[in-house]
Design a protein around this ligand. Structure first.
Ligand code: GLN
Length: 275
């Protein structure tokens, strides 16, 4: 079959955009380039992979898992059902951490990424700050396998620890502690495709969504340098409750809540208070 025929075929199973994304993935071209090769005859094995992938999409599996990788901040990360699919909001979190380090002129920070999943936060920071020391932590062995695989493919050196938050993390002092922990509230409505496919271990954070932050905050004071940044991704309704929690646990700190591009509270930063 030709590229053009395969696109038409794909539209019976999914949107035109997703059909083109899949086909482009198997042909290893940019989706826009498909238009320039409409008459190309595609090899049998690639046609079969494409058809299998279309079936998976028609069964409501997320395209990121079907393709097996995503672009995050310009880097290619492998993903599978054992890790969350990275969101744009998390790119914004990384951007804020990057700006903080650049403004402070810290080129060799010690960074801890708690609940790293596929490793997008910690590894992207390692990419931008090659002299940093990055430690990635997750309770899930399967997630750590994905993160380590990503580090290898991207040629990035990092430490990996299997741990329930700080429980197995040796005491050390970090410039940056970051986390995008599970923060969906038990009764919160979320999209079906998320609920049915992404790991619940990485999504749900208890009745008020704050269980994981509580766990992190109970030990965090032992792990912070004098000058530090804590960078959390948060649920859009959780900012003020989490701020209060932090005011009670980290003395003399300054808390800033930031909105994402959809104008929802999405990030919370804690720094030493210098006022
Ligand atoms: N942002 C994700 C969602 O909307 C949740 C991520 C998380 O719980 N850390 O589904």
């Amino acid at each position: 079959m030709t590229v053009e025929e395969l696109i038409v075929y794909g539209k019976k199973y999914t949107s035109s955009t997703h059909a083109k994304m899949l086909l482009a993935n198997f042909l290893e071209v940019n989706p826009l380039e498909l238009l320039t090769i409409l008459d190309k005859v595609v090899e049998e094995d690639k046609v079969n992979l494409y058809k299998e992938a279309l079936l998976a999409l028609s069964e409501n599996r997320p395209i990121q898992y079907v393709i097996g990788h995503v672009n995050f901040y310009g880097l290619k990360f492998k993903v599978n059902e054992n890790v969350l699919i990275p969101r744009f909001e998390t790119e914004e979190l990384v951007e804020n951490i990057k700006n903080y380090l650049e403004n402070k002129n810290i080129t060799n920070p010690k960074i801890l990424d708690l609940g790293c999943g596929s490793g997008v936060i910690g590894l992207t920071l390692k990419h931008f700050f090659p002299d940093s020391l990055v430690t990635l932590v997750d309770i899930s062995e399967e997630a750590l396998i994905v993160a380590e695989d990503n580090a290898k493919t991207l040629g990035l050196d990092a430490n990996f620890i299997k741990s329930d938050w700080f429980s197995n993390v040796p005491i050390d002092k970090y410039d940056v502690i970051t986390s995008n922990p599970p923060y969906i509230m038990t009764d919160e409505e979320i999209e079906e495709i998320v609920k049915n496919n992404e790991p619940h271990l990485a999504l749900y954070g208890g009745i008020d969504g704050l269980d994981c932050y509580r766990n992190i905050l109970k030990d965090i004071n032992n792990y912070l340098k004098d000058d530090y940044l804590i960078a959390f991704e948060i649920g859009y309704l959780e900012g003020s409750a989490l701020k209060e929690l932090i005011n009670n646990t980290i003395p003399n700190s300054k808390v800033t809540i930031k909105k994402d591009l959809s104008n929802k509270d999405r990030m919370l930063f804690v720094e030493k208070n210098i006022d």
